[in-house]
Design a protein around this ligand. Structure first.
Ligand code: FPP
Length: 251
């Protein structure tokens, strides 16, 4: 079955977020070190970005490195940072040629200097592109983001720029890392784990969740299409009683 033909282009999720999981287990199954799984995860990212651009998705977000991932063995952390940096260097020209904008969210100051520099250059180069916005979450966790947002707002209150009564959802949204990105319509997690692991906790309030047993290095466009077909069968109510066709909230 060609799943792509089953996708309704008028009901596409505007923003698809992905928790890439299972790299370590994928490598272990092959008698290899965990980093082998991460290396093979790059091809899954490439195929997902291409497929999303082809069908017309506007926003794609990858959870690439969590705040908690710093606690992994130093060698794994260093190799992952190196891998991410190389992936950005290698992929940016093609992303740019195809009108893709690359951006990052998270505690970017905590990244190694060369990774930060490479990322800054890639973001600058692609800043004017708008066919597809690819966001990489790096040294990111939702609780870190929320505390950070509270600090920013508290500072504005202390500086008498806003009064506490004026704080509303919009104030909060604007203080988040994702201020300029719509909430995800669809969140995909690979590897069969059924949890959200401190990812975009504010933003996924009404997001449709999709879990697949596929390990991230095996994830390909057909898996993305499967998730989208499943999403399009769902009825989104946003807490209301009426039937909303999928994706109307952000349309
Ligand atoms: C989770 O698998 C995966 C990661 C912590 C890293 C994923 C990063 C990449 C594939 C590189 C992405 C690159 C770009 C440019 C977006 P795990 O190690 O937790 O696997 P396990 O649960 O099986 O141990």
């Amino acid at each position: 079955m060609d799943l792509k033909q089953h996708i309704n282009k008028n009901k596409l999720p505007r923003h698809v977020a992905l928790i890439m999981d299972g790299n370590g287990r994928w490598a272990k199954q092959r008698g290899q070190e965990r980093i082998f799984g991460h290396e093979n995860g790059i091809e899954a990212v490439r195929d997902t970005v291409k497929a999303a651009a082809e069908i017309g998705i506007k926003y794609l977000t990858f959870f690439a490195f969590s705040t908690e991932n710093w606690c992994r063995p130093l060698r794994e952390v260093e190799t992952l940072m190196d891998l991410l940096t190389r992936a950005i260097v290698n992929e940016t020209p093609e992303l740019n040629e195809n009108g893709v904008r690359l951006q990052a969210i998270g505690d970017l100051e905590s990244l190694p200097l060369n990774c930060r520099e490479i990322l800054r250059e890639a973001m600058e180069l692609t800043a004017k592109n708008d066919k597809l916005i690819v966001t990489v979450a790096l040294s990111y966790s939702a609780r870190w983001e929320i505390v950070n947002a509270v600090q920013k707002i508290a500072q504005k209150v202390a500086d008498r720029i806003i009064s506490p009564d004026a704080i509303d959802e919009t104030t909060f949204i604007n203080a988040l890392e994702t201020a300029k990105i719509p909430d995800p319509d669809l969140l995909i997690r690979t590897s069969g784990e059924l949890r959200v692991s401190n990812f975009m906790l504010w933003q996924i309030a009404y997001t449709e969740l999709y879990f697949t047993p596929v390990y991230w290095p095996d994830f390909r466009r057909r898996h993305l299409y499967q998730a989208i077909v499943d999403f399009q069968r769902r009825e989104r109510r946003f807490g209301n009683v009426e039937t909303h066709p999928v994706n109307t909230k952000n349309a």
